[in-house]
Design a protein around this ligand. Structure first.
Ligand code: ADP
Ligand code: ZN
Ligand code: MG
Length: 475
């Protein structure tokens, strides 16, 4: 039997604002606990919320970037639940009239994106469950309580863990580009719940879904979804039903555990928030927000492909790292060779950044210096192997590519006499291989080329070496 996985995502994004969603407390991560609080976000009686205009704009930027329809009016609702992380015992959210309606992103339909306030952070300390004195407890930090949160919901259009991961990677880069959030999984400013079901291939009807809660890395999300698909497929294969549940994925053991079942699902008793007016963004305001958006990653990806002839994977990877893409575009313009520029940026230059942890424009190897090296390779003044050594030297030495090539003695041995002498030496030292080559083992050309490159200290031009070898070997 062949099965098809169906995945829909619910993504929470903490918006970047100076202040909280409905009060003027700072919206700041990492401050001492319970220092950014006031009577509004602590729900003292009689306090009234006022919606943060900047948060609404940030949310609208994301909605526009995801191709959402922005209704002329959206409203606020109360989502009722009791938990110590919510002093009002309800969360202000949006239920039936969200800020952003249907959209589409990388072919995945966006159901909606609505604004709400985040809950406080509960921290469980000590052992035990806190019910017995001294056995541990839960403490609450209200700094996060009332900070602006955007919930993005997708239609069940994804078909596997890897696809979900790619979608999330592009989504995150897009939201970061709008400036609405830093989308830092480690700080919790991006949190993802994945709804997973499995159905018979070809079936129209959706299977029963389970929800994987709050996974905090894209790699674990991919693996958690894959594990859940395997679990459900095995159940269905055995003729057993999938029971709707909320699950926790433990990456260490690659296993899933049940947090709660459908019977325990909450009933939030949503009702309209009487203390806030509806949000009614004007068409002119929406136009201004849209016009001020920067070039978004998907657009840049297409442009990098079209303008520089980059392969899909290279264009996508560059579009996801704007700093590196900027560097590439500068380098390509200076070097006049996009292919060589892409090879250097994706290869040696990225490795150097990974090793040094620096950002592209802080590197000592500026686009101008690297363009100089690319020019030397193009002239044949240094081999591509030698150029890698020059590049490594450039990192700690401000001299230009030509001076370094000279100093390192990597100037290419291009003249046929000098190279011919090295080729003769190599062939004389390997009579058995020469005989084998002449007997038909022509792939030994690679071996000979390698020997000559080595003997020349990487200074020979591999093309010239091969043609000399063929000449001498009579191939
Ligand atoms: P609920 O009522 O349980 O909250 P929703 O219909 O609101 O479910 O959908 C919540 C999320 O779950 C959405 O991202 C949606 O695409 C996804 N989803 C809904 N049904 C399924 C299903 N059968 N399989 C996978 N994902 C689903
Ligand atoms: Zn406050
Ligand atoms: Mg729902």
């Amino acid at each position: 039997m062949s099965w098809e996985a169906v995945i829909g995502l619910e993504i929470h994004v903490q918006l970047r604002t100076e202040t909280k969603m409905f009060c003027r407390c700072p919206n700041r991560y990492g401050d001492p606990p319970n220092t950014n609080v006031c009577a509004v976000c602590l729900a003292h009686p009689g306090m009234l919320p006022v919606a943060n205009r900047v948060a609404v704009d940030q949310a609208l930027r994301v909605g526009l970037a995801l191709g959402c329809r922005i209704p002329a009016r959206s409203k606020w609702d109360r989502k009722n639940y009791f938990y110590p992380d919510s002093p009002k015992a309800y969360q202000i959210s949006q239920y039936d009239e969200p800020l952003c309606a249907e959209g589409s992103f990388t072919g995945v339909r966006i159901t909606r994106a609505h604004l709400e306030e985040d809950a406080a952070k509960t921290i469980h300390i000590g052992g035990g469950d806190g019910r017995i004195a001294g056995s541990g407890a839960s403490i609450v930090d209200f700094n996060r309580c009332g900070t602006p949160l955007l919930e993005i919901v997708t239609e069940p259009d994804l078909r596997g863990g890897a696809e979900a991961r790619r979608f999330l990677t592009l989504l995150r880069a897009t939201i970061v580009a709008t400036g609405a959030s830093d989308c830092d999984l480690e700080k919790g400013s991006l949190r993802v719940d994945a709804n997973v079901s499995v159905r018979r291939s070809g079936d129209e009807e959706l299977g029963v879904k389970c929800e994987l809660k709050n996974m905090n890395s894209f790699r674990f999300i991919e693996r958690g979804i894959a594990a859940e698909i395997r679990r459900q497929a095995a159940l269905l294969e055995a003729g057993e039903p999938v029971l709707q549940a909320t699950l926790h994925y433990d990456p260490a053991s690659d296993s899933l555990s049940v947090l709660r079942t459908k019977e325990e699902a909450d009933d939030y008793r949503y009702f309209a928030e009487p203390d806030l007016v509806p949000v009614e963004p004007s068409p002119a305001h929406l136009e201004a927000l849209a016009a001020a958006l920067p070039e978004l990653p998907l657009v840049r990806m297409d442009r990098l492909r079209a303008a520089h002839g980059l392969p899909d994977a290279t264009a996508e990877s560059l579009a996801l790292t704007p700093g590196l893409a900027d560097y590439f575009e500068e380098l390509a313009a200076l070097a006049g060779d996009a292919r060589a520029a892409a090879n250097w940026v994706m290869g040696e230059f990225s490795a150097h950044l990974n090793a040094s942890g620096s950002d592209p424009h802080a590197s000592t190897v500026t686009p101008a210096r690297l363009a100089g090296l690319i020019a030397l390779v193009a002239e044949g003044a240094v081999s591509s192997t030698g150029a890698k050594q020059v590049f490594a030297a450039m990192i700690d030495d401000p001299a230009d590519a030509a001076a370094l090539t000279e100093r390192l003695g990597l100037g290419q041995v291009g003249d046929t006499d000098a190279l011919g002498a090295i080729v003769d030496e190599v062939l004389a030292a390997s009579p058995a291989e020469v005989a084998a080559y002449r007997g038909g083992k022509v792939q030994l050309i690679g071996f000979f080329t390698g020997q000559v490159m080595k003997a020349s200290g990487g200074r020979a031009d591999p093309k010239a070496v091969q043609s000399l070898l063929r000449e001498r070997l009579g191939g």
